[in-house]
Design a protein around this ligand. Structure first.
Ligand code: S3P
Length: 450
């Protein structure tokens, strides 16, 4: 029986998601697909826009973040058909051919749009661009991409000592560098590689730990001259090769699947099959962490689709145990830490998450917000400077919590609410639409009273 336990109250300004756990308890059952991968969706739109010829994108994420990317590149002359999941057609305008936009480019809530695009804009000689975003994005650090671009000769102006958007960019002919990034960030790496496309000679980025490699895979598929040295964690691009439009098939986003993996693992009696999920090894840290916690997850039907590994993921309920999550795995599960924190709340023993200070500069300060919101529900979560310490096993009680306009916080709290007694109201649940517009309807479909 589909239960009326998940309801959405929509007002003019925000949506409140109410989750009422029936006394008999819930279970989650069924088969589902998740929306297209956000990182791959951004890259397909961007590379399609600057390539020669047509790019066809199947399975694009229709969230607000890729919409921001599409609107920025449309404003610079790329023809992008109406966004849909069937087939988006991007008519590329060729390397170095972006037009100067008439207005400020708006990246909305999307750090990936802004940071990746900056590499492209900075390397368009003779054109001037201004870029902004919403209040969350305007408070996120941009010096991590501005500094290496300036080393390449870029001219960029920004607020607060060249650290915060809005930004102004005077496009230049840039020069190659070898950049040793102090942080393992795919946004930093991709920004420099995209700038390197327009630079004669070799531009190299070395990172301290391997971050997601979707840019490397897709740039190679589009014909860029790019080589990867896994041992030194370095990527080199040799500039001025034209990109050719391609067909991109976007797999389901493992970061969205993670909400169902944890929901299935912690809600008694649950079994879910999540089909067509991208399992690129630079993204599967969440599977390793959940396996350390003893979760019952199987990868079925493993295959490679358009250069990206894909599988169906089956999860069954089982008692979890605490573990330590730290070190090189962190960049491979960085977006999944809020939902892993929820898993830890229902695990036996203590879970410690370290080396994740980056979480403090995501769409919200995810360390502070997850600790405060889960504690409000009765959990025992302590903030660490670079992570969280979570003592599992305390029952959660439904109450009012807040997404802090962060999509991953909204969905993580919804999953926590499934195992709380009483009613939980998640204020600002509309944030989920950034990466998962159908989250609430899917949740309603999968919930059954036990
Ligand atoms: C992303 C990289 C990660 C991730 C973000 C998407 C990307 O950010 O958190 O959601 O698509 O390149 P960082 O590169 O800042 O770690």
């Amino acid at each position: 029986m589909s239960a009326a336990v998940v309801t959405l109250n929509i007002t003019e300004h925000q949506q409140n998601l109410m989750i009422q756990s029936p006394v008999s308890g819930l279970s989650l059952q069924g088969c589902l697909t998740v929306p297209g991968d956000k990182s791959i969706s951004h890259r397909a739109l961007m590379l399609g826009a600057i390539a020669q010829g047509e790019t066809l994108i199947q399975g694009l994420l229709l969230g607000e973040d890729p919409r921001s990317t599409a609107s920025c590149f449309r404003a610079m002359g790329a023809e992008i058909s109406e966004l849909n999941t069937e087939q988006v057609i991007v008519k590329g305008i060729g390397l170095g051919q972006l037009q100067e936009p008439e207005d400020v480019l708006n990246a909305g809530n999307s750090g990936t749009t802004l940071r990746l695009m900056l590499g492209i804009l900075a390397s368009q000689p003779g054109r001037f661009f201004t870029v902004t975003g919403d209040s969350s994005l305007r408070s996120r650090p941009m010096s991590r991409v501005i500094k290496p671009l300036q080393q390449m000769g870029a001219q960029i102006w920004a607020r607060k000592g060249a650290t915060l958007a809005p930004l102004a960019i005077q496009g230049q002919q840039l020069k190659p560098i070898h950049y040793h990034s102090p942080i393992a960030s795919a946004q930093v790496k991709s920004c420099i590689l995209l700038a390197g496309l327009m630079v004669e000679g070799q531009t190299t980025v070395t990172e301290p730990a391997l971050s997601r490699d979707h840019s490397e895979r897709m740039l190679q598929a589009f014909g860029a001259q790019l080589s990867v040295d896994p041992e030194s964690k370095s990527v080199t691009i040799t500039g001025l090769a034209q990109l050719q439009g391609q067909t991109v098939i976007v797999p389901g986003d493992i970061s969205s699947a993670a909400f169902w993996l944890v929901a299935g693992a912690i809600v008694p009696g649950s079994e879910l099959l999540i089909e067509n999920v991208g399992v690129n090894p630079t993204r599967t840290g969440v599977l390793e962490a959940l396996s350390m916690m003893g979760a019952d997850i199987n990868l079925e039907n493993q295959r490679v689709v358009a250069g990206e590994p894909v599988a169906d993921l089956r999860v069954r309920y089982g008692q979890l145990k605490g573990c330590e999550i730290a070190g090189d795995v962190i960049p491979r599960l960085i977006d999944e830490i809020p939902i892993l924190a929820v898993a830890a709340v229902f695990a036996e023993g203590t879970t410690v998450i370290r080396d994740a200070a980056e979480l403090r500069v995501k769409e919200s300060d995810r360390i502070a917000v997850m600790a405060s919101q889960l504690n409000q529900m009765g959990a025992r979560v302590t903030e660490l400077p670079d992570g969280l310490e979570i003592t599992g096993g305390t029952p959660l009680v439904g109450t009012d919590v807040d997404s802090h306009t962060d999509h991953r916080i909204a969905m993580s709290l919804a999953v926590a609410a499934l195992n709380a007694t009483g009613t939980t109201t998640i204020h600002g649940a509309e944030a989920a639409a950034i990466s998962y517009p159908d989250f609430t309807t899917t949740l309603q479909r999968l919930c059954n009273q036990r």
